[in-house]
Design a protein around this ligand. Structure first.
Ligand code: ADP
Ligand code: MG
Length: 630
């Protein structure tokens, strides 16, 4: 075997993204350098947990059954900080893979956000994303990583100044940990404070106090180690013994958030299945909340051994919840692949999901301000459950908060809506669009306003999906106000005088017939509106056709080739419409039909289908108008 002394180091270049990340870390993220320690300790803890897991099937990886431990060594004279673990370690190839590339998908997103962020927000970002090993270079001019993989007879040293390349060299076994990894930071001149016992101890307690592996500190060369953190998993303690501060610290440790969680769920289930959950609803949106993968981040432990964070302990619409589940009912040697099918896990899933939802219900009931904040952050995600979780859809729908035409700044529940329905009103009405402001000024609402009928304003993308999936709530069907004929006549209303009328004067009826034949390629029909009281026109979908907003989203996503044709409704009482209808000029009437259609499109947030023709028609109209005015 080669030894470190006679082997020449291999030189490797960092992947381009690593160089970019390192450059950014060193130059812009200066304000909160303490996080490097949290990152190294978290890696050391991960490595110990990996060993614990792998040695279940391969006991030879830890033949003496040594207890896992993390050691932090300070040396003021040498100006170094060392973080060492007796975990799984890394082989030559694993080191190149893990420390020379950016493997994590989150890191690329992080870099983009970091480049865009203002200086003050950068520290927060680091916390949220967890930038990992490379944060060492915020405090070190050179980093050495000496590692020996469990079960292997060789040890390697990785070494770099973080400027584009790193060296790899084999080292003698007596220069390396018996098993595991030693990270040596040669501190920058202005980072010497990290050799001080007090600051370092405080950072460890604050940021890593709840890693489930004990951490010991050696304050200077030759000193005895002292225990900083006992590695007892917080969730195994009973609730009465745990202070809010402990919960909050634990939450910060697993989420990287700087603030407290909105709510904490901690319980121990006994009976058919035995498990413990400690879960948090975060106080800020996790960075990966809108990832298309929609992965959750609940960690699964079996008898305190970390198994995976891919077990999908919670449904996707609760993916913002951070925490752990620890059970004694699964075998330790369960493979990560088959775990998904385990009936025990599905029972646990159900139990944990229920507890989280009950916690949200309690929050809504007892702390409406906190719940409002929750809804702002995670409402659009939770609403995915209304169509994904058949069993709990009613429960989730009751949790939902809506802006409606009945209130300006507050929100309402669907229960509030039903309680306040007008006499004769049989449906729950909603309107979909891309912004609340646009919706509030939509012509579709005019008739509903005139009759005093409340309409739910839905502007999240997910809102295009769930209402169509729910046929009713408490026996009342949900209906889009942009779909079908408005059956406003049935509702008595507060003030019937402003309500729309269905009949049209003869010339308007003739104009509608003309518009129908002119616009036959664009529209399914043109008809007198039963919902407009002020505006001239609006577009609606046919009674049984898909919602127009949903069609737009599907088209935008390339999932729909041709949208169905809408119906143009014309307000026969509108003064401009009546004037138009009284003009006897075929060209003018055709232009007017087209322009009214384009107006309806624009009111829906769309564009005229043929901008050039639109401009020409408008020009003809202008010259006509100015000619008449002379
Ligand atoms: P993350 O921990 O999120 O994967 P890091 O940048 O912190 O990202 O670490 C990158 C990788 O380097 C880890 O996934 C792991 O494979 C490896 N690694 C880092 N530190 C250690 C360690 N102490 N022991 C074993 N492997 C490690
Ligand atoms: Mg890490």
């Amino acid at each position: 075997m080669t030894t470190g002394q006679d082997a020449l180091p291999e030189k490797h270049s960092f992947e381009a993204d690593v160089s970019r990340l390192l450059h950014m870390m060193v130059h812009s993220v200066y304000s909160d350098r303490d996080v490097f320690l949290r990152e190294l300790i978290s890696n050391a803890a991960d490595a110990c947990e990996k060993l614990r897991y792998e040695s279940i099937l391969q006991p030879q990886l830890n033949p003496e059954g040594t207890q896992p431990e993390i050691l932090v060594k300070l040396d003021e004279k040498a100006s170094t900080v060392v973080v060492e673990d007796n975990g799984i370690g890394m082989s030559h190839d694993e080191m190149i893979d893990a420390l020379g590339t950016i493997a994590r998908s989150g890191t690329k997103a992080f870099m983009e956000r970091l480049e865009a962020a203002k200086t003050g927000d950068k520290a927060q970002l680091i916390g949220q994303f967890g930038v990992g090993f490379y944060s060492s270079f915020m405090v070190a001019e050179r980093v050495d990583v000496i590692s020996r993989r469990a079960g292997e007879a060789a040890a390697w040293k990785w070494s770099s100044d973080g400027k584009g390349s790193y060296d790899m060299v084999a080292v003698d076994l007596d220069q390396a940990p018996e098993r595991g990894t030693r990270v040596i930071l040669h501190l920058l001149e202005d980072a010497k404070k990290y050799t001080g016992k007090w600051p370092v101890e405080k950072i460890i307690r604050d940021q890593s106090g709840h890693v489930p592996i004990p951490v010991r500190l050696i304050e200077k060369d030759g000193a005895e180690p002292t225990q900083v953190s006992d590695g007892v998993a917080l969730w195994t303690r009973s609730r009465g013994e745990i202070a809010k501060q402990d919960y909050d610290d634990f939450y910060r440790g697993i989420s990287g958030d700087y603030d407290a969680p909105l709510t904490t769920v901690h319980f121990h289930a006994e009976g058919r299945h035995e498990y413990t959950t400690l879960a948090f609803v975060p106080g800020a949106q996790p960075f990966d909340l809108f990832d298309p993968e929609r992965k959750g981040r609940m960690k699964l432990y079996v008898k305190r051994v970390f198994i995976t964070d891919d077990a999908e302990v919670l449904p996707r619409y609760l993916r913002f919840v951070r925490g752990i589940v620890d059970t004694s009912d699964l075998p330790l040697n369960i493979s990560r692949e088959t775990i998904q099918e385990s009936p025990v896990l599905s029972a646990i899933r159900k139990g944990v999901t229920n507890r989280v939802i009950v916690a949200l219900e309690k929050l809504a009931e007892n702390e409406s301000d906190t719940f409002a904040k929750f809804w702002d952050l995670f409402g659009p995600i939770l609403k995915e459950g209304i169509y994904e979780d058949w069993e709990r859809r009613e429960q989730l729908l009751k949790l939902a908060r809506f802006q409606t035409t009945a209130v300006d700044d507050a929100t309402r529940t669907i229960g509030d809506y039903v309680a306040d329905m007008k006499e004769g009103q049989s449906s729950i009405y909603y309107i979909n669009g891309s912004s609340i402001e646009q919706l509030r000024s939509s012509p579709h609402l005019e008739g509903f306003r005139a009759k005093g009928i409340e309409v739910l304003l839905l502007s999240d993308p997910v809102d295009s999906f769930w209402p169509g999936n729910i046929s009713e709530f408490e026996g009342k069907p949900l209906k889009s106000v942009t779909q079908g004929l408005a059956d406003l006549d049935e509702v008595s209303g507060v003030d019937g005088t402003g309500a729309p009328k269905h009949e049209a004067p003869a010339n308007v009826a003739a104009f509608i017939d003309l518009a129908r034949s002119v616009l036959v390629d664009e529209l399914a029909d043109v008809r007198v509106s039963g919902r407009l009281t002020e505006s001239a026109v609006c577009l609606v979908a046919s009674e049984h056709g898909p919602d127009r907003q949903l069609e737009k989203i599907l088209q935008g996503a390339g999932r729909l080739q041709t949208a169905s044709k809408p119906i143009l409704e014309i307000n026969a009482q509108n003064e401009v419409v009546q004037r138009i209808a009284s003009v006897e000029d075929r060209i003018f009437l055709e232009d007017a039909a087209w322009l009214l259609l384009d107006q309806a499109r624009i009111l829906d947030g769309d564009k005229p289908s043929d901008p050039r023709a639109f401009a020409q028609r408008q020009a003809r109209l202008f010259s006509l108008a100015t000619g008449l005015n002379q």
